[in-house]
Design a binder for this molecule. Structure first.
Ligand code: SAM
Length: 259
């Protein structure tokens, strides 16, 4: 397989023992459907299928798709779709599969875009368990006040409980990536934050200059006096920084700004 292709599609294939461990971490009950993103050569797929759950795999690389069709020929309840997951109608697929699980060793070049796409749909699923770059996993699961906490953490934690399950070193992949990886479990919250899309633009603006006071980082879009007045109404200091605010606090602030 050529190097350019591997780089273009973020192809770092897992070794068999690690794939078995990770597949074993998916908390799917018998009968629950699974959507696997980026099956590659089926390292995870193989162990997931052994559990007997119906599985659909979405893979962008047609060579991998052909490989998988041959590898799993005759396996019941398995299908592979040759598509870019970012274009794939995940909503429709989920609607046709009860409350499914989402999983995959995600291609790192688009892992954030993939998780951004699936977060608004998460409440219709049992959750996501999969692999991303370690630092990205930390950002997904970060709590307010920690160094990894940012707009991505708000995006995820507004809808999910995030937990890092395993840190996986580069030696478990071929070819080896230059970074550590981790599996994360994102389970949907019973009462996710109800927020409009514009709220997340507000959050991003708030984190645009992380070390600055919120009133300053937002000053490009909102008058500073307005931010200071809103902080005061919430009983927050004028020195408050974005990283100190929980998703709910951020939403409270956003709502006051809209009044
Ligand atoms: N699951 C395999 C494993 O663990 O060995 C492969 C994981 S590899 C990190 C990522 C896989 O995602 C590759 O097979 C790659 O071709 C596929 N991929 C990359 N971008 C994709 C996209 N936008 N949509 C669907 N699959 C994609």
């Amino acid at each position: 397989m050529d190097r350019a292709r591997r780089r273009k599609f973020g192809q770092n294939f897992l070794d068999a023992p690690t794939a078995e461990l990770i597949a074993g971490d998916l908390p799917a009950a018998p009968g629950e459907s699974i959507l696997e993103i980026g099956p590659g050569h089926g390292a995870l797929t193989e162990h997931l299928l052994r559990r007997g759950n119906p599985l659909t795999a979405v893979e962008i690389d047609h060579e991998c798709v052909e490989f998988l069709k041959n590898k799993f020929v005759g396996v019941l309840d398995f299908s592979v779709v040759n598509a870019d997951i970012l274009d794939f109608d995940m909503d429709a697929w989920i609607a046709g599969h009860g409350k499914p699980w989402l999983t995959g060793n995600l291609p790192y070049n688009v892992s954030t875009a993939i998780v951004a796409k699936l977060m608004p749909l998460l409440r219709k699923t049992r959750g996501f368990m999969g692999m991303v770059q370690f630092e990205v996993a930390e950002r997904f699961c970060a709590l307010p006040g920690t160094s990894s906490y940012g707009s991505l953490s708000v995006w995820v934690s507004a809808r999910a409980q995030g937990r890092i399950l395993r840190k996986i070193g580069p030696e478990h992949f071929t070819p080896r990536p230059n970074v550590d990886s981790a599996t994360v479990l994102l389970t949907p919250l019973a009462d996710p934050l109800e927020a409009p899309a514009a709220f997340y633009d507000f959050v991003r603006a708030g984190f645009s200059q992380k070390r600055k006071r919120l009133a300053n980082s937002l000053s490009g879009t909102i008058e500073k006096t307005k931010v200071l007045a809103a902080l005061e109404r919430l009983g927050l200091s004028e020195n408050t920084r974005a990283e100190e605010l929980s998703p709910q606090r951020f939403l409270d602030l956003y709502k006051i700004m809209q009044e």
